[in-house]
Design a protein around this ligand. Structure first.
Ligand code: N01
Length: 540
């Protein structure tokens, strides 16, 4: 029956979001368990993060043979990637191909934003409201909203009165932006800014990059895939899948077991040079101890800073770009195509806004605290996201006894395994804070979560279990474990990192992703399920 506004549609499960997570979760619940499931999606198409992130140069940093679903041999056989790292348009084509192949779109309601969801103990159901007036109820509510989906536009005084155009990279216009003849300001030098700047510089009259924190980057060395490599993927996908599922970060390569000081200085330089030449995130796999020993990390940091000074011709610009204040890999390490080389162009300049912060945006310029003004026509905010918690908090979730998520997480996210929150029965958060999520190649982390949730729901359905939620004790233990795991690494030493929520003023500073590694995490989740869902309270 067609839905009309204000009617209440009864379902078994509501899934929020139609990216990698939501699509696979729908397939699992509908086609494997036979449940009535529906996806609600704000955008008018599938893609999740890749629906929104269409900025110049947007491309995945994971290698394409691993940036895809691994659950279906048929999907693997029928899809072929064209480059070492898939571009945003190709990933959208892939996700549309999957959605069509699995006939998912008929159960996705597009252009529909969830405005609130409330758990009612009386009927043990989630009551979901949307901006189109739909009302849905379901036993299970699953958030598939992504970790990096709430754009962070800094509140800089004067932006409202700016007479030029401005854009956030995570909400990029579908028709693109024409930079020809324009003076462009780019604020932000994270993974996004590092991808965008070289492409913007190709057509802009002038590009000024406003850098607050200098960043490392390793060349991606993107290239079309050779016919031989395409054949290799098809013939060795089982092996690729085994590797991605058994490694710390879910990538198709293994982190070396050698330690930095196991080898001579000369040998070390050769290893770093080989990793630099090969390119990509594999650089951090060169040694085992890069993310746990500051001394070890210093050797990589020095190598990478030297590379910046070698590439960038103007010594003052090179000094600013290489004045990096955190260990390599403590922030998400970007990879690039000609990022540092871009600063050798005559139409590109760098402004250090750590030394001289942005004070305001005038109708025609960016003005710094010193009074210096940079007249611009277009501002590109590559300023990141209210990561990991932002998208969940804006869903306006209310759990048992009127508990709001914003209240429960006032001091930062608290949950069990990143999967469930105490007080919010039958709510599952795919790649929630406290899970490996963003420290892992995302499709690998997503598949593990979706499959664990599916097995859990299957268990509940078969055993007439009405409710599942974690105990307070399990949550306390997990939060402590996530903190301990982070503190055993160098990652909390990057004070400006979004991993810590530091990029959003007023956000509680809590290290959010789980650093214990994907493979260890997977084993732990499986053991918990095998032990009758230890740490969860299940009730009939
Ligand atoms: O965002 P970021 P991102 N004034 O938060 C600066 C994933 N990703 O979109 O470091 C001036 O990393 C901020 O400065 P600081 C990936 O996981 C994946 O680049 O806070 N500057 C920083 O330089 C990545 O980590 C891929 O001092 C301000 C930048 O803006 C995550 O998304 C590609 C400012 C924000 O960097 C986020 O990356 C791209 C202000 N008021 C991204 N506010 C692929 O795999 C912020 N900044 C393809």
């Amino acid at each position: 029956m067609p839905e009309t506004n204000k009617t209440e549609t009864e379902l078994d499960a509501v899934i929020i979001g139609a990216g990698f997570s939501g699509l696979y979760q729908l397939h699992c619940l509908r086609d494997r368990l036979g449940l009535r499931a529906r996806v609600l999606e704000m955008a008018d198409g599938v893609g999740g993060t890749w629906y929104w992130n269409r900025y110049p140069g947007a491309r995945c940093d994971s290698e394409s043979q691993s940036y895809c679903y691994a659950f279906s041999d048929e999907l693997t056989r029928e899809w072929e990637w064209s480059e070492r790292y898939p571009g945003h348009a190709e990933i959208r084509r892939y996700l549309n191909f999957v959605a069509d192949k699995l006939d998912l779109k008929r159960d996705i309601r597009f252009s529909t934003k969830v405005t609130s969801a409330q758990y009612e103990a009386a009927d043990n159901r989630w009551h979901v409201a949307t901006d189109s007036g739909d009302r849905l109820t379901a036993k299970y509510l699953i958030t598939a909203v992504g970790c990096l989906s709430t754009a962070n536009v800094p509140k800089i005084p004067g932006l409202d009165a700016f007479r030029g155009q401005w854009y956030h990279t995570g909400q990029w216009p579908h028709d693109g932006v024409d930079f020809r003849g324009k003076r462009v300001a780019q604020i932000g030098t994270g993974s996004t800014g590092i991808q965008a700047a070289p492409v913007i510089a190709e057509t802009a009259a002038h590009l000024t990059v406003f850098q607050r924190t200098a960043n490392y980057s390793v060349p991606a060395r993107n290239a079309p895939l050779t016919p031989e490599f395409k054949t290799y993927i098809k013939e060795n996908f089982d092996e690729i899948r085994r590797t991605t599922r058994s490694t710390t970060n879910g990538h198709p390569f293994v982190i070396s077991q050698r330690k930095v000081f196991d080898v001579s200085e000369e040998e070390r330089q050769k290893i770093y040079q080989a990793a630099w030449t090969k390119g990509g995130l594999q650089f951090r796999a060169a040694f085992e101890d890069l993310l746990v020993s500051k001394d070890a990390n210093d050797t990589a940091a020095k190598f990478l800073k030297n590379k910046i000074r070698e590439i960038v011709k103007d010594p003052e610009t090179a000094a600013k770009l290489s004045d990096i204040d955190h260990p390599y890999g403590a922030k998400r390490p970007p990879i690039d195509t000609d990022y540092f080389e871009t600063f050798n162009r005559a139409n590109v300049s760098l402004v250090d806004v750590r030394a001289d912060p942005i004070a305001e945006i005038t109708p025609t310029a960016i003005k710094l605290e010193s009074g210096a003004e940079y007249p611009v026509d277009i501002i590109v905010f590559a300023t990141g996201f209210d990561a990991m918690t932002g998208a969940l908090l804006r869903l306006n979730l209310t759990g048992r006894d009127g508990l709001k998520l914003a209240q429960a997480w006032q001091a930062g996210p608290r949950n069990y395994l990143g999967l469930q929150i105490a007080g919010f029965p039958n709510l599952f958060t795919i790649t929630g804070p406290g899970s490996p999520s963003v420290l892992c190649n995302m499709p690998v982390a997503i598949e593990q979560h979706v499959e664990w949730i599916t097995d859990c729901i299957d268990h509940m359905q078969r055993n007439d279990i009405a409710r599942i939620e974690p105990t307070e004790e399990a949550v306390n233990g997990w939060v402590q474990h996530v903190n301990d795991a982070a503190n055993a690494t160098l990652l909390p030493q990057a004070h400006h990192s979004w991993y810590l929520g530091a990029n959003v003023p007023g956000k509680p500073r809590v290290f959010m992703p789980y650093t214990g590694g994907m493979a260890t995490y997977r084993e732990r989740c499986n053991a918990i399920a095998d032990n009758g869902y230890e740490g969860f309270s299940l009730s009939a």
